[in-house]
Design a protein around this ligand. Structure first.
Ligand SMILES: C[S@@+](CC[C@H](N)C(=O)[O-])C[C@H]1O[C@@H](n2cnc3c(N)ncnc32)[C@H](O)[C@@H]1O
Length: 204
C-alpha cells in the first residue's frame, strides 16, 4: 500500500539559515563536537580506505560529516564529469577529482560559504585544477541539463524537506545512463507529521 506523503510545514528559508549556521561551525570549529560523528574517526567507521583519507589535507578530513561512502558503489572513471551535492569541506569531492583525473571535472555544490571555501583550499593544496566549487542548492542545481556522468552526495538529502525537487534536479542534470551514487539516512517507518514539522529535528 502506498500512503500519501504530506509535505513538511517547516519554513524553507529559516531551515536553510539554521543548517548554514550549523555547518559553518563544522567548517570553522570542527573540534567543538556535534551530535553526529565527524572527521577521521567517522571516515574509518564508514570504510574509507586509510590510504585515500591520508591523501587528503587535514583541514578537509576534520570537517567530514557524511553518513556513508558513495564510492562503495564503485570508483569513478577517468574523464567523467561529476556533481557532488552538498560537498561540505570537499572530502568526497577531492577523492572524486583524483579518481576522474585531469581530463575529468567535479562540480562541488553547497549552500554554506565556509564549506565551499574549505573545498577550494583543499583542491589548491592538492594541486587539483578540475574542481569547481559553486554556491547553490540541492533543489536548484547550478548545472546544465544532461551535463553530468555521475551525481554523488553524502549526508545531505536528509536535510532537504522537498526530496522530490532534489530527485528531479538529479534527473535533469544527469546524462542518459548517468549514475547516482549517494549515501544518506533512510527511515523504515513513517515519520509523524509533528516531527516532520519540527524545525529543530531537521537542523539538529
Ligand atoms: C552532513 S554535511 C555533509 C557534507 C559532505 N557531503 C561530507 O560528506 O562531509 C551536509 C552539507 O550539506 C549542505 N547542505 C544542506 N542542505 C543543502 C541544500 N539544500 N543545498 C545545498 N547544500 C546543502 C550543508 O551546508 C553541509 O555542508
Amino acid at each position: 500500500m502506498v500512503s500519501e506523503v504530506i509535505a513538511s510545514k517547516v519554513d524553507r528559508e529559516q531551515l536553510r539559515d539554521q543548517i548554514q549556521a550549523k555547518y559553518c561551525d563544522v567548517a570553522k570549529k570542527p573540534e567543538q563536537g556535534f551530535h553526529f560523528h565527524t572527521g577521521r574517526r567517522l571516515a574509518a567507521m564508514l570504510e574509507y580506505p586509510a590510504a585515500d583519507v591520508d591523501a587528503l589535507p587535514e583541514s578537509t578530513i576534520e570537517s567530514f560529516a557524511g553518513t556513508g561512502n558513495p564510492f562503495l558503489f564503485g570508483k569513478l572513471h577517468d574523464g567523467e564529469t561529476v556533481l557532488d551535492i552538498g560537498c561540505g569541506a570537499g572530502f568526497d569531492t577531492l577523492q572524486a577529482a583524483q579518481q576522474v583525473g585531469p581530463t575529468g571535472h567535479v562540480v562541488a555544490v553547497d549552500m554554506t560559504d565556509a564549506m565551499l571555501e574549505k573545498t577550494r583550499l583543499g583542491a589548491d593544496a592538492l594541486g587539483l585544477t578540475n574542481v569547481d566549487a559553486k554556491l547553490g542548492y540541492a533543489e536548484e542545481l547550478p548545472a546544465e541539463d544532461g551535463s553530468v556522468d555521475v551525481v554523488i552526495s553524502n549526508g545531505v538529502i536528509n536535510l532537504c524537506p522537498d526530496k522530490m525537487a532534489v530527485m528531479q534536479e538529479v534527473h535533469r542534470v544527469l546524462k542518459p545512463g548517468g549514475r547516482f551514487q549517494i549515501a544518506d539516512i533512510i527511515v523504515q517507518k513513517p515519520v509523524d507529521q509533528d516531527a516532520k514539522d519540527d524545525i529543530d529535528l531537521w537542523s539538529g
